[in-house]
Ligand binder design. Structure first.
Ligand code: IPM
Ligand code: MG
Length: 378
């Protein structure tokens, strides 16, 4: 039984709708398992810009640090597209990742059997199942290298520099090797070592580290091939380790294979147990306020929060199992509904998950779905 403090950043677009459902699920977990969660709501992104004139209020990082973890909805939208690069809501996301030292982004892509009809790839290519984890480096690479505009040989030009230090590669590779040890022990490091120096360095460091993990089968793949292999035979992957930008791209691709971008959670972890949890999808401004967004990625992100930051594995298992039970019962938001079949709204989906949260143990309906062990970043 514990008391946990969670900083909540609903953000923009559908953010507040999906976060509200994840909080209901956490409250239900609290009631069922005897924990109490307290929430501090913070503004960030376009919502903060409208309220206080900046997308990243100064106290965001210090306030988040006073909490056990952060739950975030999504930021950004066309309303703030006129802002300069440095002022944009997306920049606030990069600042919070950097400010909180969240270098390890875990993006699991799990195909729920009940959703196989929503998978755009022919079943024979997907194989038995798809259950992979993308470990994306989150505070380095081209996102955080030097950016600028200048006068070049042919007039004005712009540039973004890709840069990785050995320390940055080592610490993210360690996360990936350790994650692989808790799973099927298969690690694919994705790079573009046929062209980029940063990738050649990345490959060298990861290869050196593999000596420390003799049980893990390590292979390397160029990113263009990895993008193709993901749609060709996604079940070949267990853990994918990659850089910030390649991870951004491959995680959207992987999520779509599972049926919908609306299903993919993510954890962004710092050293220790602190982390920020958010769905991998964006703020979906086109459907904001309509009450139809799929809250499952955010609910599954709350499950990752329970598991990775609070060490509450049974509770996380109960949330994952409740999501599976909802899908097995045929309950669908419109993004994952089969054409012509009925769908429910955001709040009803949240309610359906809450109703299926049941206490451990022995109840087979609550059996662990992922069997993922919690690991702390040392
Ligand atoms: C993501 C998003 C962000 C990223 C954007 C919104 C800055 O696409 O979390 O995948 O590129 O990291
Ligand atoms: Mg992205």
């Amino acid at each position: 039984m514990g008391t946990y403090r969670i900083a909540v950043i609903p953000g923009d677009g559908i953010g507040s709708e999906i976060v509200a459902e994840a909080l209901k699920v956490l409250d239900k977990v609290g009631q069922t398992f005897g924990h109490s969660f307290t929430y501090t709501q913070l503004l960030m992104g376009g919502a903060a810009y409208d309220a206080v004139g900046t997308c990243f209020p100064e106290d965001t990082v210090p306030v988040c640090r006073e909490h056990d973890a952060v739950l975030l909805g999504a930021v950004g939208g066309p309303r703030w597209d006129h802002l300069s690069g440095a002022e944009r809501p997306e920049k606030a996301l990069l600042k919070i990742r950097e400010g909180l030292g969240l270098y390890a982004n875990l993006r699991p892509a799990l195909m729920h059997r009940a959703l196989s009809a929503a998978c755009p790839i022919k079943q024979e290519h997907v194989g038995d199942s798809m259950d992979l984890l993308i470990v994306r480096e989150l505070t380095g690479g081209i996102y955080f290298g030097e950016h600028g505009w200048r006068e070049g040989r042919y007039g004005q030009e712009a540039y973004d520099v890709e840069r990785y230090s050995e320390m940055e590669i080592r610490r993210i590779a360690k996360v990936a090797f350790e994650a692989a040890m808790t799973r099927r022990k298969n690690l694919v490091s994705v790079d573009k070592a046929n062209v980029l120096e940063t990738s050649r360095f990345w490959r060298r460091v990861v290869t050196e580290m593999s000596a420390g993990y003799p049980e893990v089968t390590l292979s390397h793949m160029y990113v263009d091939n990895a993008a193709m292999q993901l749609v060709h035979r996604p079940s070949q992957f267990d853990v994918i380790l990659t850089s910030n930008m390649f991870g951004d791209i491959l995680s959207d691709e992987a999520s779509m294979i599972t049926g919908s971008l609306g299903m993919l959670p993510s954890a962004s972890l710092a050293d220790g147990s602190f982390g920020l949890y958010e769905p991998s999808h964006g703020s979906a401004p086109d459907i904001a306020g309509k009450g139809i967004a799929n809250p499952l990625a955010t609910i599954l992100s709350a499950s990752m929060l329970l598991r990775y930051s609070l060490g509450l594995n049974a509770e996380a298992d109960a949330v994952d199992a409740a999501v599976t039970a909802v899908l097995d019962a045929g309950i669908r938001t419109c993004d994952i509904a089969e054409p012509g079949k009925p769908s429910v709204g955001t709040a009803d989906m949240g309610k359906a998950v809450c109703e299926r949260i049941c206490p451990p143990p022995s109840d087979t309906k609550c059996a662990s779905l992922h069997g993922e062990a919690r690991f702390c970043l040392a």
